[in-house]
Write a protein that binds this ligand. Sequence first.
Ligand code: HEM
Length: 540
Amino acid sequence: MVSHHLERATTTISSYWTWWWEATSKKDLVNQAVLTVLIAIFATLWYLWASLRARKRTAPLPPGPRGLPIVGYLPFLGSKLHHSFAELANIYGPIFKLWLGNRLCIVLNSPSLAKEVARDQDIIFANRDPPVAALICSYGRLDIVWSPYGSYWRNLRKFFVREMLSNNILDRCHAHRRYEVRKTITNVYNKIGTPMDIGKLSFQTELNVMTRSLWGNTIEGLEDSVTGVSFRELSNEVMRLLGKPNISDFFPVLARFDIQGVEREMKKVFLSVDQILDRIIEQRMKLDTAKEKRASNNREEKDFLQFLLDVKEQETTETPITRTQIKAMLLDILVGGTDTTATTIEWAMAEMMSNPETMRKAQEELADVVGMTNIVEESHLPKLKYMDAVMKETLRLRPAVPLLVPKCPSESCTVGGYTVPKGAKVFLNVWAMHRDPKYWNNPSEFKPERFLTDSSRWDYRGNNFQYLPFGSGRRVCPGIPLAERMLIYLLASLLHSFDWQLITKGEDLDLSEQFGIVLKRRTPLIVVPTKRLPNSALYA
Ligand code: HEM
């Protein structure tokens, strides 16, 4: 294109030159002066126009570290990707690039860039870039999290939100949540005074809540020996493998050699998960007796799995759903929804144990709102303002998904004045944005009070671009309504029913992080509960 313009300009200039030469030869000084000025103006204008067009077409790539030939910056990344990215942002600015193998990665670190990507150019960035491990555990992108942007994803997500997460359905599942939370409180009461792993406890409760809402039973309710604990191990393994840097992802030509064995490991873990899901579906189908059938005709009484199975049976439906798609969706909820919520509860407890004043304030609020002779009910939640602030502050300081789920633009575009090429892997480092002193006072302190003022400012549904624990745009987390209920309800019940101490009094609690697709604690939080409420009946 530029060479074409150059050719045209050269032709034009040369014809004027001939004319000018003729004028010069005739010694026509006036003509000569006019022509010289005209040529100078023309040349300047042409130069400006051409360079403006060229600049418009090719904004440069963002700045970034050089790295080594072939491997790029891979050898220099530490084990905590979110920290390494934050350090690089300090050097190269809020948007930078780095090559990891032969994959171009672009990292964004500011609310205005987040807005450009998640609002202004949301459709372009609504695609995912699944690692090899995700292709396996999503049944080849048949789930919601990893499916490509398009009508398949849209239908699945709409269906999921309508049949699992509408206010109506969530209200109906209230009894399941209450049953499981009360069961947990009783279990803790029975082991009072003994050390407990809060992460394990929260995971077990969240998993049971999810499974009861999904198919009216727990994993233990299956006819064989699968336990919630072994499911937690499988789920942890899936998350670990999803977050593990894998050479196959950075050098797709090497993928078939599976050099680190990530694909092999994921296939093995996934086989067990898949078998559990098959058993769940089969057990649910067995329940399809005449009595169940009658109940299943009543929309009000159906659980999510029953609804899915009904849709599958109706061949005339507009969006026929296969058994594999059902399993893919169940997995999103069981692995994605449970681990994030349980990890957030564990962090909230850890932060409060390190800042006993916040624990005291939360318990005082519970005593005021709930009363020491009552148990926490979901109806209390809207009044628990401090508790809500604790949850928000935890999601700020310890966002469960620190780099969100990486995005992949479907066409080349410009962000922050730089080119982001089609197919690049785009990370939004919300962990770093949540700790940026430009937007937060004393960002590394755990201070729930910051969320007590002007609550409208602290929306976390993706509209406030400096606070994005659930992401933003079309692919924002659809589980927010369930996550917020479960987080506060379980945390409030644990704090109202018990006082909590570290095993060794006065010990400094380890608050270090272990990076993964979900940001976990490096060491499990082990604490000892003591009775807080006056009446033993409140623990039944
Ligand atoms: C503390 C709890 C949770 C956190 C912090 C969290 C966070 C996130 C984040 C950051 C994303 C990616 C958003 C983006 O790419 O912009 C996401 C996606 C998703 N989450 Fe959650 N989540 C939580 C709980 C849940 C729950 C309880 C469920 C299900 C019941 C759920 C289901 C999903 C699904 C299906 C997606 C994929 C959405 C899509 O790609 O269209 N999440 N979540």
